[in-house]
Each structure stands twice: as structure tokens, then as C-alpha cells.
Design a protein around this ligand. Structure first.
Ligand SMILES: NC(=O)c1ccc[n+]([C@@H]2O[C@H](COP(=O)([O-])OP(=O)(O)OC[C@H]3O[C@@H](n4cnc5c(N)ncnc54)[C@H](OP(=O)(O)O)[C@@H]3O)[C@@H](O)[C@H]2O)c1
Length: 325
């Protein structure tokens, strides 16, 4: 495994997204033993970058990591997120990045994760009711106190990134970025490069779609967010299958799997990018982590960069309203 720097934070260039172990997908939260084995296997393979959030569960995913990382905490760069649970009463799925809410959130996350510091603490979504300067100032205080090492944003727009960075350096922005979701390339990525901020692509496998393993959606169980996701619904889903087919073609040429190709394409976009593919299965973490060794040819990269545009938005209407792009 190779390692890169997100600003001054060194991470494995392939991380592990832990969300699906507890939340959001078919069979999430059903096999803790396999989830823990997956985390430990990732670490054996050199993965040091683990991603979670307060809202995953809510809380269950951080609790799972707390158990899994007992005695191994120092081997990982642990990233979590605040701002999607309002502790003042409104509860989960309510944006609140006020300083008071962050102070409550951080203590809960530290306790669940079983640690005295969070390596990378992201605002999960920009809170329209709190000036970003106040949020950045609150995180800067946590950094001064040693509870947090580095500050991140997620799905923030250009103006927010600049304003936050002016208060306290932003180490990384986590946004959706993959072969079928490339919206950040035009305006966000150049800003990140100008300011020396790392990029952490979430859903680098297109929520599993780019792996080619999803040919129908009737296997999604209740609670799987893809049920309502426009790209996985009706006509859009059928049209999108050709994208997965084309990734498969390149995978055959490259002697790799589609998941590995999707990750290798992201890695080829720069040494300031560390994707966090999500899985709760040992055999898939082995497959995904091995993408570090896949070098795509220029022709293959061009072929992948020219894939047809995906049909359907990446989020539901409610989800889209929380994005700043
Ligand atoms: N900042 C944000 O707002 C935000 C939003 C969403 C996610 N995230 C973070 O990003 C991480 C990754 O995103 P994601 O999990 O939504 O999407 P993803 O990484 O694109 O895809 C995960 C899905 O692909 C499947 N999968 C993984 N490896 C595979 C392989 N080699 N072959 C076939 N299927 C495979 C997983 O199933 P199995 O688990 O069953 O293997 C899961 O259903 C999350 O875990 C979370 O930490 C952040």
C-alpha cells in the first residue's frame, strides 16, 4: 500500500468506509464479526484511513469502530463527522454545526470511538443557519485542545471552502467523486489544489454500481437507501447499466476487476486523492485494497473518462438540498 498526504495528514491512498457495516445498505448491521474482521484485514493490508460519522446508525457505526479498534487505535487515521445530529432537541438528520452542538458531538464521538482524539473531523454538510466561520472557529478550538487533529468539510461549495480555510486550514474535503459522479472536477478540485487541501472521494464505487455486481435492484432490502436513489430507479437504472458494462470491458483489458478499475481511475487523478471504498466483507476489502497496484494505460484512462453520463441525480431531492454544489 502506498501512502499520500492530505495536506499534512498521511493516509493510505486507499481507505475504508465503514458506514455500510452499520447503516444504509442491505444487510448493514447484521454481521458484526465479519465487519470487525474486515477492519482488521484492511489494517493488515496497510489501510490506515478509516471513515465513519456520528449519523451512521446513528451512533452504531462509531460504537462498532470503538470495539474493533480497541488496542489498535494508534494504527489508524480515524475520521468522523459532525453536524447531522442536532443535540439541542431536533435529533438525527437535522443540520446543526453551531459551536455548542459541535462541542456536544465531539465528546460523544470520542466516547463511542474509545479514543481521546479524532484525527480528521469533518463537517458532514454545510449548515445554512451557522456561518462557516463559527463552525471553523469551534473546530479550531478543539484542535487547540488536542481533541481533534485536523479539520475537514464534506460536500461544501467553493465559497464555503475558502471561508473555512481562512479561519483554520482545511486538511481535506470529502465529496462524492467516481466514474459516474464527476461534478466536483470543474470548480471544486481546482480550489482544493490551489489551497493544498486533499480530496477524499466517497462512494468511489458508485454505491456498488460500478462493480458490475448490481444488475437488478429487487435484491435491495428495506432500509437500503438505493431504493429511492434516482440512479437506481426505473428507466435510469436500466440506462446506467451500460456504464457498468463499459467499466467491465476495461477491467477485462486491464486484468483487474471493475471495482479495482473504478478505484485505479480515481488514484490516477492525483496524489492528493484518497478514496474510501465501503465494504463489510473481508474478500472485498482484499479486492479493493489491491487496486493500489493497478496501473491503467493512457488509453484505458481516456476510455474511462469518456464514459456516458449517468442517468438520474446522485441524491434524492431531500439529499440534494443539503449539497452545496
Ligand atoms: N460524506 C458523505 O456524505 C458520505 C456519503 C456516503 C458515504 N460516505 C462514506 O464513504 C464510504 C463509501 O461510500 P459508500 O459505501 O456509500 O459507497 P461505495 O464505496 O461506492 O460502495 C459501497 C457498496 O459497494 C459494495 N462493494 C464494495 N466493494 C465491492 C466489490 N469489490 N465488489 C462488489 N461490491 C462491492 C458494498 O457492499 P458490501 O459492503 O456488501 O461489500 C456496498 O454496497 C462510506 O462507507 C462512508 O464512510 C460519506
Amino acid at each position: 500500500m502506498r501512502y499520500i498526504k492530505l495536506r499534512d495528514l498521511e493516509v493510505s491512498r486507499i481507505g475504508l468506509g465503514a458506514m455500510g457495516m452499520s447503516h444504509g445498505y442491505t444487510d448493514s448491521g447484521t454481521d458484526e464479526a465479519e465487519s470487525v474482521r474486515t477492519l482488521h484485514r484492511a489494517m493488515e493490508l496497510g489501510v490506515t484511513f478509516i471513515d465513519t460519522a456520528e449519523i451512521y446508525g446513528p451512533y452504531a457505526n462509531e460504537e462498532l469502530l470503538g470495539r474493533a479498534l480497541k488496542g489498535r487505535r494508534d494504527q489508524v487515521v480515524l475520521a468522523t463527522k459532525f453536524g447531522m445530529v442536532s443535540h439541542a432537541g431536533a435529533g438525527p438528520w437535522n443540520l446543526d454545526s453551531s459551536p455548542a452542538n459541535i462541542r456536544t458531538a465531539v465528546d460523544g464521538s470520542l466516547q463511542r470511538l474509545g479514543t481521546d482524539h479524532i484525527d480528521l473531523y469533518y463537517q458532514h454538510r454545510v449548515d445554512p443557519n451557522t456561518p462557516i466561520e463559527e463552525t471553523a472557529g469551534a473546530v479550531a478550538e478543539l484542535i487547540a485542545e488536542g481533541k481533534v487533529r485536523a479539520f475537514g468539510l464534506s460536500e461544501a461549495g467553493e465559497d464555503t471552502i475558502r471561508r473555512a480555510h481562512a479561519v483554520h486550514p482545511v486538511t481535506a474535503v470529502q465529496s462524492e467523486y467516481s466514474l459516474w459522479t464527476r461534478g466536483i472536477e470543474k470548480r471544486i478540485l481546482p480550489v482544493l489544489r490551489e489551497l493544498n487541501i486533499g480530496l477524499v472521494p466517497f462512494a468511489p464505487l458508485g454505491h456498488g454500481f460500478l462493480t458490475g455486481q448490481i444488475r437488478a435492484t429487487d435484491g435491495f432490502k428495506e432500509g437500503d437507501f438505493r431504493h429511492g436513489n434516482p440512479r437506481f430507479t426505473g428507466e435510469n437504472f436500466q440506462r446506467n447499466l451500460r456504464i457498468a458494462d463499459e467499466v467491465q470491458v476495461v477491467a477485462e483489458q486491464a486484468g483487474a476487476t471493475p471495482a479495482q478499475v473504478a478505484l485505479a481511475w480515481l488514484l490516477a487523478q492525483g496524489d492528493d486523492i484518497a478514496p474510501i471504498p465501503g465494504t463489510k466483507r473481508v474478500h472485498r476489502v482484499e479486492e479493493n485494497t489491491a487496486a493500489d497496484a493497478i496501473e491503467l494505460t493512457t488509453d484505458q484512462l481516456i476510455q474511462l473518462s469518456s464514459l456516458p453520463q449517468a442517468a438520474g441525480e446522485t441524491h434524492t431531492e431531500a439529499g440534494r438540498q443539503m449539497l452545496e454544489r
